[in-house]
Write a protein that binds this ligand. Structure first.
Ligand code: NOJ
Length: 746
């Protein structure tokens, strides 16, 4: 063919591809294909690079003097930590100067709210309120999408059973069943009706996988785990996000059984993309592609890029390994063009779904940003979420709720007047925008009691350190008061990424301050603010009333005041076991029996117990009190034998036997008595949260089907094996109120 004809042909073909990729009426897959036909290898690889913007960082930074030029050249597909309509629009304009005008996708850690901050996810999970959880994610999506964000790095769905690990604060605790329900709700909340609505963001399930099982609770540490445990406990919440149609996944930093997750083709290709049919894209964690050199699984960045892309990691966050090596790897035949194309098309598909090719600035509407970041409904949603997350751990002599007729209240502690602490670790500072109001605990209480009572304040001590000089003032005001409220705990940045602690006691001299206050003889209510389960034996043994308040976000003060004075009756229940001592860690309810089960603390003789410590946690999974009490009665099973294609209907009556209206979380646990592999003594398989007026009774129904009885057998097949099952209905994993047995027959 002569050159002129070839040239004309190419021009005509390209014009066709261009018009296809711009045609809004064509299916996205066709538009992606057409665009990819126009792209050079370098441009394709550009789509696989994600850079940090220069002004905020959530990891070790690489600064490129020519970042702008790289974006103009189409060498970068995504930015993170770039927020606000002005800033995102400015970078987007630069990206659109590239040859093919491919827009950037902006990702951000919107973990527990954006401008409006919600309770840290672990706290929020204690609400067991899937609607409220979905709503908080929805609200965060509305705010962040209005501020130029397309994609959140949430939800974090890692099961966590070691409270020394600082990132327990980001997840939903220890249980795969509840964790899966919450994961699903959060994805629905973030993604809304569909990806592409301007008030939705793409969600990202992280950290895939088993990051929560880091040895010794040390962040980023290795994981060594059986397939059974992986499939049964750590993978289900990830699978739930795929069921919810999630748009993206993020690798975890850890290696698992010797293979870093970033280059783990078993996880990424065999399970996620093949078995589960995930159609979205996978982003590495920050720098994790390059960090495989430190793991010792690759020699250099060239091998790191090869291993990660071939294993199915589509986008490289911040390591530059893809940018610097993929062209050569393709030329060397180490990475196939189809591997590159698959990764690129997954990313472009999401950009098309977001509508960015039709209007790259559709998330950059200044007026909408202004309106949504000041939406008066959002604080109300945050207050409700915060109240629902507070766990009442102890309430001796019904000290709580406090009477509104108290004359003098002493509000003491290093966290009473703290402001930003209430926001928790992953709060978002939206640059250029007032980074958000926070109702401090002091303000909340002041508002609540108005002029009805005198409110006295003393800091008492710092969170850390040994300074007791403030004790005297605290004791002095406590002596003048009718009741004392003491607010103590961690700093907000003591739990979070890279915040593992070996001693998870209440820091400093805070418990000593409590001791002094108790010695005044005044009733003391303790608020514990933290991002993880802490160990606080002195407080739990001696304080008459304890509320675990986590980090509750923007509306912390109002929510705490609502609970203290009974305008909200606490309903939350723990989603992670609280150890009695760090020596028990890891501790979780859903354990196996041994050949010599530890029966109880009185019988330790040659059993699987500690000689010097109870085997029981201080507060177990599912535990949490209310200002009222609930009676469980009339457990009925529709049948005691069930075939695999049948259901058993289970009903139980719950009665509010106390003086306050209140909500109860009724929990259903199963125990498969004999299995081809041993089964946990208890597994949560269902729950209901119900509101009952004082004196009211209601019958709750559950259905047991084959799915609830199934598990992964030793060949990793999902099976329900015939045999007997105990069914337990409880107010917590230890407080089992009713029990029965049924049989699954062939
Ligand atoms: C590292 C964290 O592990 C991850 O959760 C986060 O999304 C990224 N940094 C980006 O900030």
């Amino acid at each position: 063919m002569n050159k002129a004809i070839l040239f004309l042909l190419v021009v005509t073909l390209n014009a066709g591809y261009l018009s296809n990729c711009n045609a809004q009426n064509k299916p996205i897959s066709q538009r992606v294909d057409s665009l990819m036909k126009l792209m050079t290898l370098e441009e394709k690889i550009g789509q696989l690079n994600q850079y940090n913007d220069d002004w905020l960082a959530t990891g070790p930074v690489t600064l490129d003097a020519n970042k702008k030029e790289q974006i103009q050249n189409g060498q970068v597909g995504s930015l993170l930590n770039c927020m606000g309509t002005a800033r995102t629009a400015a970078w987007q304009k630069i990206a659109l100067q590239s040859r093919l005008h491919i827009p950037l996708i902006f990702g951000q850690d919107v973990i527990h709210g954006f401008k409006t901050t919600f309770p840290i996810p672990l706290g929020e999970s204690c609400s067991w309120d899937l609607d409220a959880i979905e709503l908080s994610a929805r609200t965060a999506a509305v705010e962040s999408s209005a501020s130029g964000i397309h994609w959140t790095f949430a939800p974090m769905v890692d099961i966590a059973r070691d409270p020394r690990w600082g990132r327990v604060m980001e997840g939903s605790g220890e249980d795969p069943y509840l964790g899966s329900k919450i994961a699903y709700a959060r994805v629905k909340g973030f993604q809304g009706d569909k990806i592409g609505e301007t008030n939705s963001v793409i969600a990202c399930a992280k950290h895939y996988a088993a990051y929560g099982a880091a040895i010794g609770g040390r962040d980023y540490n290795s994981v060594d785990m059986s397939d059974r445990l992986l499939w049964e406990v750590y993978l289900p919440p990830f699978k739930a996000t795929v069921d919810a149609n999630i748009g993206s996944f993020m690798n975890s930093f850890n290696d698992i059984n010797g293979v870093p997750s970033t280059a783990n083709s078993y996880l990424l290709r065999d399970i996620l993309k093949d078995k589960w049919g995930f159609k979205g894209f996978v982003v590495s964690d920050w720098g994790s592609v390059g960090e495989m050199i430190n793991h010792g699984s690759v020699k250099n960045e060239y091998e790191a890029a090869e291993a990660a892309i071939n294993a199915g990691c589509d986008m490289d966050m911040e390591s530059r390994c893809y940018k610097n090596n993929l062209v050569q790897l393709v030329k060397d035949g180490k990475v196939s063009m189809s591997t590159i194309d698959d990764a690129v098309s997954r990313i472009l598909t999401k950009k098309f779904e977001l509508g960015l090719f039709d209007d790259p600035f559709r998330f950059c509407n200044r007026e909408r940003e202004e309106k949504e970041l000041n939406n008066p409904e959002h604080p109300k949603i945050a207050r409700d979420a915060a109240r629902k997350s507070i766990v009442l751990l102890k309430n001796e002599g019904n000290l709580l709720p406090l009477s509104k007729n108290l004359k003098t209240i002493a509000f003491i502690g290093p966290l009473v007047k703290a402001v930003k602490e209430n926001k928790g670790f992953w709060d978002v500072e939206v640059p250029g925008v007032d980074s958000g109001y926070i109702v401090s605990q002091w303000e909340g209480l002041e508002k609540k009691i108005g002029n009805h009572a005198k409110l006295l304040y003393a800091k008492g001590c710092n969170i850390e350190g040994t300074d007791r000089s403030g004790f005297a003032e605290a004791i002095n005001i406590a002596s003048q008061a009718d009741a004392v409220i003491l607010s103590i705990g961690e700093r907000r940045d003591m739990s979070g990424e890279a915040r593992s602690r070996s001693n998870i006691g209440i820091p400093g001299v805070q418990e000593e301050l409590l001791k002094e206050l108790l010695a005044t003889g005044k009733p003391v209510v303790v608020l514990i603010n933290a991002g993880r389960p802490l160990v606080f034996r002195y407080t739990s043994d001696n304080a008459p009333a304890i509320l675990y308040t986590w980090w509750l976000g923007s509306e912390a003060g109002d929510a705490i005041a609502d609970v203290l004075f009974g305008d909200y009756n606490p309903s939350a229940k723990l989603t992670m076991s609280f150890p009695l001592s760090t020596g028990q860690i890891p501790i979780y309810y859903s354990h196996f029996n041994t050949g010599r089960p530890a029966q109880n603390d009185d019988n330790r003789f040659y059993t699987s117990a500690y000689t010097d410590l109870s085997i029981y946690p201080k507060y177990e999974f599912g535990y949490g009190l209310s200002y009222t009490t609930f009676k469980y009665s009339d457990l009925k099973l529709s049948q005691n034998k069930m075939k695999k294609d049948e259901n058993i209907k289970v009903s139980v009556t719950i009665t509010n036997t106390g003086k306050y209206d209140g909500e109860e979380i009724v929990q259903l646990y199963l125990h498969d008595l004999v299995g081809s592999i041993t089964r946990p003594t208890e597994e949560l398989k269902d729950f209901r949260k119900l509101m009952l007026k004082a004196g009211e009774s209601r019958t709750v129904e559950f259905a047991i089907d084959k799915e609830k009885l199934s598990f992964f057998n030793k060949n990793l097949q999902w099976v329900a094996e015939p045999g007997e099952f105990d069914i337990m209905i409880g107010a917590s994993s230890r407080d089992i109120r009713l029990k029965d047995r049924f049989e699954l027959v062939d």
